[in-house]
Design a protein around this ligand. Sequence first.
Ligand code: B1M
Length: 210
Amino acid sequence: MSILTDISENLQRGKAKIVKELVQQAIDEGIPANQILEEGLLGGMNVVGEKFKANEIFVPEVLVAARAMNMGTTLLKPLLAQSGVKATGKVCIGTVKGDLHDIGKNLVRMMMEGKGLEVVDLGVDVSPEQFIDAAKNQGCQIICCSALLTTTMGVMSEVVEAAKTAGIRESVKIMVGGAPVTEAFCQQVGADCYTADAASAAEAAVKLLA
Ligand code: B1M
């Protein structure tokens, strides 16, 4: 069994300590960090998602898998974040109100930090008002919204409207992403930028700030 399959299977079983050890071993063997992330960790998390959907596993199992995923990504962080480009700029990021999924949001934060951006992490369950407060009071040039639920992605539209009401829409860019979000949805709610994955989000943020 390849080490990446091993990482995927142990993540599915929620074996956080073993996942951490295997990720370190994979790094030591010279496997590129993005391959460990995509084929090992995210590969495992996709299987977890499918089983969750099919009611073969439930919230507690998904939570332990998520914990294992976070242990693995913590080790990958310095490697994923390595980048020659140093940008300057400040963004705030959060998972929208009603939504507690934070693994994708954390990856986006990590990639943006790797591009030299200062990132204010507002956490999960973030209201439109909290996004606007951060942009206004902490001088963030970009608001980044993540959503994983079809029931919460609509909050992104409220963020855009709240920025207009607060009179900051012209001075702040709004980026959206997360599994159910699409380019069409981004345009529909009047946000500035949609990207499908964390690495593209970081690249897009740098371009928006240029
Ligand atoms: Co949840 N969950 N969950 N869950 N969960 C999903 C999302 C689901 C698709 C599972 C399924 O049914 N197959 C489903 C949503 C269905 C829908 O809305 N259509 C679902 C559900 C229903 C629920 C609950 C309602 C279940 C319940 O309680 N009955 C509940 C909701 C709780 C809440 O939020 N209020 C719930 C709870 C949970 C846990 C707490 C158990 C746990 C979250 C733990 C945590 O995050 N700390 C959890 C998990 C782990 C999942 C799955 C299995 C994995 C999500 C994940 O982390 N993926 C998920 C199924 C799946 O996605 N396969 C599922 C890995 C992550 C890296 O991907 O976040 O998509 P993702 O990020 C990607 C891109 O989307 C992008 O970058 C990343 C990759 O590079 N991206 C951005 C993300 N944000 C971005 C922002 C950007 C740009 C790109 O710009 C700003």
